[in-house]
Design a protein. Structure first.
Length: 264
């Protein structure tokens, strides 16, 4: 990645911050966006301490012009855009019937349309150069949903289809795309997520992984592009089982739901 440029959304905290620092260590030049301008600048300052060239901009992925500004800044400052990491995301948990339309709309705006805005802004610049890589940060929930995760999982499942189509459409352009599927990452994501069902508290199903491990996967996907990267082996197996024998996934989910319902 030495000398190459990367744009990262949601770069102020968690996976985004870890990814920015991983790219900095790899020698990349960075444009970092976050809806919280202060946290974006803190990440940029940490990247500069590691010797990277890094700029921070306030970026709300719900606004077209905000995302376009990130890409244009990278092209103007560094001459080209080599990597676009679509990482910004929000969470909301609750029974499907209890999830407000407004909360679902927010998930769609950030998790799905925010990624689409990043792709629309970045791909034309990359096509002109004849090279580049798009990273979409999804979730294992997009492959295996779960009670209380319906709306959130729906947005992540849509990213799977979106990225698959994008990979096909980029054939022969020199531009590639990867979908990275983290799970149970130790960040403030669960604490900041919205909840619409009383008595339910979002928590990981299984062991935590670290933002740094996800960041390393993202950098590897940019260096050696791979279409889809399911980070945790156990969940790769779970995804395969859920697709091959959906009744098993349904049975496990129903058992979990009955247990949670008894606690409410």
């Amino acid at each position: 990645m030495a000398g190459r440029s990367a744009v990262i959304t949601g770069a102020g905290t968690g996976i985004g911050r870890a990814t920015a620092l991983a790219f900095a260590d790899a020698g990349a030049r960075l444009v970092l966006g976050d809806v919280d301008a202060r946290s974006a600048e803190e990440t940029a300052a940490a990247a500069r301490q590691r010797g990277a060239s890094a700029l921070a901009l306030e970026c709300d992925v719900r606004r077209d012009e905000s995302v376009v500004a990130l890409v244009e800044t990278a092209v103007q400052r560094f001459g080209s855009l080599n990597v676009m990491v679509n990482n910004a995301g929000v969470g909301h948990y609750g029974l499907v019937e209890e999830t407000p339309v407004e909360a679902f709309r927010e998930l769609l705006e950030v998790n799905l349309l925010g990624v689409h805005r990043g792709i629309r802004a970045a791909v034309p610049a990359m096509r002109r150069e004849g090279r580049g890589h798009i990273v979409v940060v999804g979730s294992v929930n997009g492959s295996v949903s779960w009670p209380y995760h319906g709306a959130y999982a729906a947005t992540k499942a849509a990213l799977k289809a979106l990225t698959q189509s994008l990979r096909m459409e980029l054939a022969g352009s020199g531009v590639t795309a990867s979908l990275v599927l983290p799970v149970n990452v130790r960040t403030g994501f669960y604490r900041s997520a919205g909840v619409s069902s009383d008595g339910y508290r979002p928590r990981p199903l299984g062991r935590f992984t670290t933002p740094e491990s996800v960041a390393a996967t993202i950098v590897r996907s940019a260096v050696r592009p791979s279409g889809e990267v399911n980070q945790v082996r156990a969940f790769r197996v779970a995804s395969t089982i859920a697709e091959a024998w959906p009744w098993l996934a349904d049975a496990a989910g129903r058992r979990f739901y009955r247990r949670m319902k008894a606690r409410r």
